[in-house]
Design a protein around this ligand. Structure first.
Ligand code: SIN
Ligand code: FE
Length: 285
């Protein structure tokens, strides 16, 4: 979608189609929506601020930073940088999706200064493998995961993604392997503080789906997929709990996570929750 700015009201053709195509499983790319970086902030553009973490995270509700070794003035600059993106991303989502007005909650944001290609990680954490997003410690309870990304690479390097098959097809392929945990397990996990809130049967299934997708070499190589280069200076968004995605290369990206209740969708039947419920023939939250 062209001609969308950080603070102007988007054209009618944007607001009338954005929610529909997003719910269908598309990625919406704003090819020229560059997130502005201040000259002084360039000192944050190094993987050295991460220590052993994958990303530096920021919780807009508490203003707390995570995953960084930055301290003192550098930490304040990092906080202000991600905070500015978090505010911009939330304002953009509010303007582009008037249909979701008042129903979207803002989750965490992150800054990702590490090069993805060649990074060592366990298969479960390896985002170069196709997957759908699901959070082990913060169950969504069925809510949709809407993410906004900006490629802020200063050298003009794109972020390369792979996009995979329809959620329906992926869910049907893996459904026989997805187990519904015994009653009580979800609450026990919260009691033991493994999760922040009880893990629903839906969240348990989505975590297994994430893992089964990443672990299946034949699926990774042989399933329908296409490569997209997301240009430096662009912004894009997707329901990443629905869109099969993998990030194969790129460095320096900002991300904001937002959560949307299923009943706030134009068509709740397209949610992963309802799709999995149809396949499993039972309620999952
Ligand atoms: C992911 O959500 O899997 C990673 C996206 C990215 O860092 O480009
Ligand atoms: Fe992901």
């Amino acid at each position: 979608m062209d001609g969308v700015g950080w603070s102007e009201v988007p054209a009618d053709e944007v607001t009338s189609t954005a929610a529909r195509v997003l719910e269908r499983g598309d990625v919406i790319l704003f090819p020229e929506l560059r997130f502005p970086v201040d000259a002084a902030e360039s000192l944050l553009f190094t993987p050295a601020i991460l220590g052993s973490s994958k990303n530096a995270s920021y919780d807009p509700a508490t203003r707390r930073l995570g995953g960084t070794t930055a301290t003192g003035r550098d930490a304040e600059m990092l906080r202000a940088f991600i905070h500015r993106f978090s505010e911009s991303a939330a304002a953009l989502v509010a303007r582009v999706f008037p249909d979701y007005a008042g129903r979207i909650a803002r989750g965490r944001a992150s800054f990702r200064p590490a090069e993805i290609a060649g990074r060592q990680s366990s298969w479960r954490k390896d985002d170069t493998r196709l997957h759908v997003d699901s959070f082990p410690a913060t169950p969504s309870g069925g809510r949709r995961i809407l993410r906004v990304f900006s490629n802020v690479n200063p050298a003009g390097q794109p972020r390369a993604w792979r996009l995979g098959d329809d959620f329906d097809a992926v869910a049907r392929r893996f459904a026989p392997q997805l187990r519904v945990p015994p009653p009580g397990v979800g609450h026990l996990l919260a009691l033991l503080r493994v999760t922040r809130t009880p893990r629903s049967a839906y969240d348990a299934q989505m975590l297994q789906l994430h893992d089964r997708m990443k672990a299946d070499e034949e699926f990774q190589k042989g399933s329908p997929q296409s490569r997209v280069d997301l240009p430096a200076g662009s912004t894009w968004m997707a329901f990443t709990d629905h869109v099969s995605h993998a990030a194969t290369s790129g460095q320096y990206q900002l991300e904001q996570t937002l959560l949307l209740p299923v009943d706030a969708m134009l068509d709740p039947d397209r949610s992963p929750l309802r799709i999995l419920e149809r396949i499993k023939g039972r309620r999952l939250v």
